[in-house]
Write a protein that binds this ligand. Structure first.
Ligand code: AMP
Ligand code: ZN
Length: 355
């Protein structure tokens, strides 16, 4: 296939906006085509963070790596496909680019590389059914991973299998110790994207922020300064950044976020259809006949997104636009809630009705 650098030249005018907080990935997809979105975006994002460097990664192997990651996602999975992988990577990069996170977390180049590569591959091979489905249906994934974060374990394993292949091993230049460290970080970060860990990931951060605020420090001192515990303390912060980025579209402009929600709903509802067919319990938000989308969105945004991003902006006030967008999205969904108290409402169906 065409070298990614040639694609970057070809779409030169469109790639400039990739590092903007209001970047529209759906418009970008129309331009470059589904298969090219993740490779182009991730190539540009690595460059923007200064990681496109032959001293850090094997540049010769980058095309093969990015293509393998992109193709490892299923296009038939409506939400958890390579666009989501690219979008989470983009969200994460702009949190680092627009704040002093690198300084506060005292991250090394390798930490940064690790978290960006984790974001790229964090939902690899997602089949469009969530953990609850796998456990209840007793699928092969549930059997392989004994019901414990089966998807996240699978995504992590998938990513490391790509990295193990000779032609796509961008990490081959790392020393054994550096490789072992980055692998440890990446496993932890991807496992932290299991929503079942949301409470734990956020409460660990809240405690850190609170201690820091109580000590009356001018700026957040999120690390204790103990060299022995530093690696693990940083890991808590990195896992949290990853989790926030995974929810990142909820803090983008409404016209973008609503498109993600439409895709997620349809993916959930197809799962619900399958659950009904199999006679197993229909998972949360997965019953297309019962869900009221605007109300569930207000609930999700208030219950999960606001709590997560409140911590983010307390640590990094320059990222306050995320919370502004989340609050505006709540307002938009509330407007829709008022207007459409119809069961089974979807934005798509509703648009058709209005036409
Ligand atoms: P992941 O599966 O790794 O993408 O983890 C993020 C999870 O957060 C998704 O699978 C969804 O279950 C959930 N999520 C994110 N945004 C929303 C939303 N707007 N409404 C409901 N659930 C959401
Ligand atoms: Zn995800």
């Amino acid at each position: 296939s065409i070298p990614i650098s040639s694609l970057i030249e070809k779409y030169f005018d469109d790639i400039k906006s990739i590092t903007d907080k209001d970047f529209n990935i759906f418009d970008f997809k129309k331009k470059v085509g589904y298969r090219n979105v993740l490779p182009i975006m991730c190539h540009v994002l690595l460059k923007s963070l200064g990681l496109y460097d032959s001293k850090i990664i094997s540049l010769k192997k980058l095309d093969s790596f990015l293509r393998s990651v992109s193709d490892g996602y299923k296009e038939s999975t409506l939400y958890h496909n390579s666009l989501h992988g690219a979008d989470v990577t983009q969200s994460l990069c702009i949190y680092f680019l627009n704040s002093n996170a690198e300084e506060i977390l005292e991250t090394t180049v390798l930490d940064l590389l690790g978290i960006i590569v984790s974001a790229m591959g964090h939902d690899l091979g997602h089949p469009g059914y969530n953990n609850n489905f796998h456990v209840n249906a007793g699928t092969d994934l549930a059997l392989t991973y004994n019901d414990a974060s089966c998807l996240e374990n699978y995504h992590t394993s998938f990513l490391f299998r790509i990295l193990k292949k000779e032609e796509s091993n961008i990490l081959e230049k790392l020393s054994t110790q550096n490789y072992n460290n980055i692998r440890k970080r990446m496993i932890s970060q991807i496992l932290a994207t299991d929503m079942a860990n949301h409470g734990e990931v956020v409460s660990l951060i809240k405690t850190k922020i609170k201690t820091s605020e109580e000590e009356g420090l001018n700026r957040f001192d999120l690390l204790s300064g103990n060299e022995k515990t530093k690696f693990d303390e940083q890991q808590i912060l990195l896992n949290y950044m990853m989790h926030a980025a995974d929810l990142g579209h909820n803090c983008k402009k409404f016209n973008i976020s609503i498109q993600w929600v439409e895709l997620l709903c349809e993916e959930f509802w197809m799962q619900g259809d399958m659950e009904k067919k199999k006679g197993i319990p229909v998972s949360f938000l997965c019953d297309r006949d019962k869900i009221d989308v605007p109300s569930s969105q207000v609930g999700f945004l208030r219950g999960f997104v606001v709590t997560t991003f409140d911590c983010l902006i307390r640590m990094f006030p320059t990222l306050n636009y995320t919370m502004d967008n989340a609050k505006n999205n709540i307002k938009e969904w509330k407007n829709l809630q008022e207007k459409h108290r119809v069961r089974g409402w979807t934005p798509e169906k509703n648009n058709e009705k209005e036409k």
